[in-house]
Write a protein that binds this ligand. Structure first.
Ligand code: SAH
Length: 221
């Protein structure tokens, strides 16, 4: 990506980002910190240049390898939920993809860890974070079913790919009082569910119907 593309953020994108933030506000996103981050992050850099003009529409877009960058409303909603009891210090994301959700979170929390199973997506997001000067993200190429035991416990865990059931390792790596947010289901239907760990108990609350790519096993190199 060349410098002109970064500078191209200019007036147009700032205005279109403002419009997106306003639209998300109308759609029910109330957290001003989240809306401010949506205003700041250049989402067009997280999609293919051919799709850049559509980057500020409230839709999911393809990012190659059969994957998608999540819809801005869903990113905002998930982020809002993750910070509702205060800012979690250390967060784990499963499914780096384009890196957009990671960049949004990293603007709000001190430490973000993210795992991606497809090498080219892992590599591309790594370059983008560096280019944008984002330094509080640690990345790993691997299978998110295993979590990141060496960095656990996490104050929050977010899945951006849908498992049929939550991998047990992830609950084990969730701190007491922490939230785990995930789309759960299959191609017949998914619901965004927020789990909260309270001692040995797990509290569960369904948020809304969603449509994410499936969480898959193994690593694609
Ligand atoms: N958060 C991303 C969403 C990308 S789509 C964004 O903002 O763009 C979900 C991503 O999850 C895909 O890139 C997919 O490859 C990845 N994924 C699916 N199963 C996974 C697994 N077991 N471990 C790690 N990543 C996984």
């Amino acid at each position: 990506m060349d410098a002109s593309r970064l500078q191209g953020i200019g007036m147009t994108s700032r205005r279109t980002r403002e419009r997106l933030a306003m639209r998300l506000g109308d759609a029910g996103i109330t957290d001003v910190h989240v809306l401010n981050v949506i205003r700041q992050i250049p989402r067009h850099l997280f999609v293919d240049e051919a799709l850049a003009s559509r980057a500020y529409e409230d839709t999911a877009l393809p990012i190659g390898h059969g994957q998608t960058i999540s819809q801005p409303f869903v990113v905002a909603r998930m982020t809002e939920i993750l910070i509702r009891y205060g800012i979690p210090q250390k967060v784990l994301e499963i499914g780096t993809g384009s890196g957009y959700q990671a960049a949004v979170l990293a603007a709000l929390v001190p430490q973000l860890h993210t795992i991606e199973r497809i090498r080219p997506l892992h590599t591309r997001s790594q370059a983008l974070f560096r280019q944008l000067g984002i330094h509080n993200i640690r990345q790993r190429l691997g299978d998110g079913h295993l979590g990141w035991p060496g960095a656990a416990p996490f104050d929050a865990i977010v899945l951006t790919a849908a498992p049929a059931i939550i991998p047990p390792a992830l609950f084990e790596q969730l701190a007491d009082g922490g939230q785990l947010l995930a789309p759960v289901g299959d191609d017949r239907g998914q619901r965004l569910i927020v789990y909260r760990r309270l001692g040995e108990e797990i509290e569960e609350e369904a948020v809304e119907d969603v449509s994410f790519v499936p969480m898959l096993e193994g690593t694609q190199r």
